[in-house]
Design a binder for this molecule. Structure first.
Ligand code: BT5
Length: 257
């Protein structure tokens, strides 16, 4: 029986949830609608299957139909444009809290900028696309892909050693709507806090659940590898990397190894 996602919404996030059986990318559709000002803050598009699901730098997001949660949320956080990266960090915190509550486990970690990892494997990826609507207001589309009921053979060979799902973690099938409801509830809480208090709490809260401060890490960006010690995040969500010569560099994009 198909699951009903339409009733999984919260106060602001998911007041409207549209479910489409198949689409190229939920981020692309919601972004086009947001640019035309025909979608509202908190609106969600969710799909069973993406034909062109994407990650950062147009990397492919893989998911066989009906096995995962694939959705995008329209946010209008009213923060300075240089702080929009905080919206993605805030959503990853909300997803983490929702999934941790669902599993009653603290085993999921955040990986900069927007991944959720379990046992060193990727459980969820989040993609933020910023834009400006017809009235000149900034918006952010945050696309969320959470692996739920994939078995190892549902992943292509390339991902089999690096990806995981709730099914792989627990050995049983999960109701995607039950997971979605909890995730949306926590994203909603965090988003309303961002709107009332601003975003200063996000970087410290995120760092607590990532455990990378003081650790030696490697950042790969555009085929360049930089090594250093993570000194936290700045107030805009950029990663602070202390280089061997002691200089602390602000990193806005890249992959952490
Ligand atoms: C991300 O990018 O992780 C962001 C993924 C966002 C996907 C959602 S689904 C709904 C919405 N609509 C979209 O079109 N996208 C969003 P990035 O950090 O660049 O990671 C991409 C990399 O993750 C790929 O190159 C693969 O190595 C890996 N990957 C692809 N599919 C995966 C999966 N299902 N599970 C784990 N890893 C995956």
């Amino acid at each position: 029986m198909p699951e009903d996602f339409t009733t999984c919404g919260a106060e602001l996030i998911g007041r409207s949830i549209r479910v489409l059986p198949v689409i190229d990318s939920t981020n692309d559709l919601l972004k086009a609608e947001a640019e035309d000002s025909i979608s509202d803050e908190g609106d969600i598009i969710i799909t069973e299957h993406q034909t062109a699901g994407r990650g950062r730098l147009n990397r492919q997001w893989e998911s066989p139909p009906g096995k995962s949660l694939l959705l995008s949320i329209l946010l209008k956080p009213e923060i300075l444009s240089e702080k929009l990266q905080l919206a993605g960090l805030m959503v990853s915190l909300g997803v983490l809290d929702g999934l941790s509550g669902y599993l009653e486990s603290e085993n999921i970690r955040l990986k900069w900028p927007n991944d959720l990892m379990a046992g060193g494997r990727k459980l969820c990826g989040i993609l933020s696309d910023a834009g400006v609507d017809k009235t000149g207001r900034n918006f952010v589309i945050t696309g969320i892909g959470i692996n739920i009921n994939q078995t190892p053979v549902d992943f292509t060979e390339l991902l089999r050693d690096t990806a995981t799902s709730l099914y792989i973690m627990t050995g049983c099938q999960h109701s995607r709507s039950a997971v979605l409801k909890l995730v949306i509830a926590r994203v909603d809480e965090h988003y309303r806090r961002l709107k009332t208090e601003g975003g200063d709490w996000i970087a410290p809260a995120w760092l607590k659940r990532a455990g990378i401060t003081g650790r030696e890490i490697e950042i790969i960006d555009n085929n360049n590898t930089i090594r250093g010690i993570c000194r936290g995040l700045n107030e805009n969500g950029a990663l602070l990397l202390e280089l061997p010569d002691g200089v602390v560099r602000e990193i806005y994009s890249g992959d952490v190894n």
